[in-house]
Design a protein around this ligand. Structure first.
Ligand SMILES: [Zn+2]
Length: 143
């Protein structure tokens, strides 16, 4: 892994940039059970590297974590979140959340995920979600 794209947050703290991919098919959402902190069920997501843009990061992370290819995408929103510590101990992340259509066969990434699968809304409500994904599912009025 190269260096991560970073900057100073509104409060002057070190901030990483990240992408998240909300992927829905037949009324279900694609979620992984994360191996690395922050733990919990989450959509596909990851840091933006220093030498890539958000679209390159989106395509790379989705393929790394699921084996799937992105056919189309749009940004749902972007926001700075300051309560979202990553495994490197950085609290602030500037997130781009995308909605994506994908194709291909799921290949589980056993290093980063305990499981990967499609979940209906009533199932998502019962899962222990990673906090930032709980925030987005609520913000989007999905749960
Ligand atoms: Zn980070």
């Amino acid at each position: 892994m190269g260096n991560l794209k970073q900057a100073k947050s509104k409060d002057g703290k070190l901030m990483h940039y990240s992408i998240g991919a909300l992927i829905k098919k037949d009324g279900k959402y694609l979620l992984i059970d994360r191996v690395k902190p922050p733990l919990g069920f989450a959509g596909l997501a990851g840091h933006i590297d220093e030498d890539e843009d958000k679209i390159q990061a989106l395509k790379r992370e989705v393929e790394e974590e699921s084996g799937l290819k992105i056919d189309s995408y749009k940004v749902l929103f972007e926001e700075e979140i300051d309560w979202n510590q990553c495994s490197m101990g950085i609290d602030v992340h500037y997130w781009y959340l995308f909605e994506c259509n994908v194709s291909g066969e799921i290949k589980q990434n056993y290093i980063e995920t305990k499981s990967i699968g499609w979940y209906a809304v009533n199932e998502i409500k019962e899962l222990k979600l990673e906090r930032v994904w709980e925030h987005w599912f609520k913000k989007l009025n999905i749960i």
